[in-house]
Design a binder for this molecule. Structure first.
Ligand SMILES: Nc1nc2c(ncn2[C@@H]2O[C@H](COP(=O)(O)OP(=O)(O)O)[C@@H](O)[C@H]2O)c(=O)[nH]1
Ligand SMILES: [Mg+2]
Length: 378
């Protein structure tokens, strides 16, 4: 298998026989397969692909149920092939399949990671793209430079061929949201990406409608902001910092409300505020951090509880000693909370990292154990 063509589809029934015929003509002489990834289109696209697959073993269908998303569909299709080179193209006949052999040849001859079918360089054109879509594309292109390190004239292109080894290098860090998988793949790289370009003219859609909408635009911005921020500050640190700020804010609100409204004693208000702050941090961290960062549930929760209790004790002891020494209540309370939140932050990060390393070593051991088992026992 020299090349796999991954085609995401949603409501493209009428385009399917045409795109298959065009691929057959364009790729004559190459060993190839086409993987259509359909998100259970209501117009029966999957059935139209299945008809093609029955007649031609080069055509494959990945039928996803209860899922939506162009990028995530492509990622699943790309992971399902053994080919060394993977093309991604739309199934609506807008991408010019005749340049695929040229794109593949560039990757085979030159040490490149990805070759992009481009509308903005020599030999390329936006075709009959409507002015507002050209403007949107240019805007997206300008924004993409914030996070992509390589120079491309058309990073918004959905038409490219990638070396499988490069795809596997970045796949774990992909956002997988929205339409712009290329920007996602380029900005996920931890090294300079080697890119080439081949020009083509963007075609007209003959059947069906575009699925690009406001939500897709927002998803693109989310990918860019996410990447931009994680370069500035790693995501884990941002979330831990947010958790500490959240804890501090919850503490202050409860502390001031209790002392001003119920006129409770200093220590009663401080204990109540600390309890609320700790509860808030546990809920926040559970949803925002533990689920995202793939920590083992037990390790993550134990570390979280330990750090919170330690922070709470330090907070109460410090606040009490300040208050006993005559410091004003409105300074002693927040000072205790600040020290407690800092202790929580300082203790939980290294402990969570250590527990992550331990659970990784554990999973390596169990997978080795699995590999060592005789065939019949796996
Ligand atoms: N599997 C899948 N494919 C999609 C989805 N949205 C769009 N596509 C396909 O992605 C390709 C490009 O979409 P299109 O609407 O033409 O975007 P445009 O070219 O930017 O207007 C087409 O083949 C669509 O059928 C989706 O949610 N899931
Ligand atoms: Mg299209």
């Amino acid at each position: 298998m020299q090349i796999a063509i991954v085609l995401p589809t949603f409501n493209e029934r009428e385009n399917i026989p045409h795109v298959v015929a065009r691929l057959n003509t364009a790729l004559t002489g190459l060993a190839w397969e086409a993987i259509f990834v359909d998100d259970d289109s209501p117009d029966g696209t999957a059935q139209a692909i299945a008809v093609q697959a029955q007649q031609d073993p080069k055509i494959r269908l990945v039928h996803r149920v209860g899922r939506r998303g162009l990028s995530s569909a492509c990622i699943e299709g790309m992971l399902s092939t053994d080919a060394d080179f993977i093309a991604v193209m739309d199934a609506d006949l807008q991408h010019d399949e005749t340049i695929l052999p040229q794109m593949l040849a560039r990757l085979q001859q030159d040490p490149l990671d990805v070759v992009v079918g481009t509308r903005n360089a020599k030999g390329g054109s936006m075709g009959c793209f409507r002015p507002h879509r050209v403007l949107l594309s240019q805007l997206g292109r300008a924004v993409s430079h914030v996070v992509c390190s390589c120079e491309l004239s058309d990073p918004m292109s959905g038409f490219f061929v990638v070396r499988k080894s490069y795809f596997l290098e970045v796949v774990e860090g992909l956002d997988g949201k929205g339409f712009k998988l290329l920007v996602d793949m380029l900005s996920a790289a931890k090294r300079p990406v080697r890119c080439g370009e081949v020009g083509y003219t963007f075609g007209m859609r003959r059947y069906g409608n575009s699925k690009l909408d406001t939500l897709v635009g927002l998803e693109y911005l989310h990918t860019i902001v996410n990447r931009g921020l994680s370069r500035l500050l790693p995501m884990q640190h941002t979330v831990s910092l947010l958790a500490a700020l959240f804890c501090f804010a919850a503490h202050l609100s409860v502390f001031f409300m209790t002392t001003r409204i119920t006129h409770a004693s200093f220590m009663k208000a401080q204990v109540l505020a600390t309890t609320c702050g700790v509860a808030g941090t546990i809920v926040f961290t559970h949803f925002a951090v533990l689920r995202q960062q793939r920590f083992g549930r037990l390790e993550g929760t134990s570390v979280l509880l330990f750090a919170c209790v330690l922070g709470a004790v330090i907070n109460l002891v410090f606040a009490h000693s300040l208050w006993r020494d005559g410091v004003q209540w409105y300074l002693a309370g927040p000072a205790g909370a600040l020290l407690g939140a800092t202790a929580n932050l300082l203790v939980s990060r290294p402990l969570l990292l250590a527990s992550q390393v331990l659970s990784f070593v554990g999973s390596e051991r169990s997978s080795k154990h699995l590999v060592d088992l005789p065939d019949g026992h796996r």
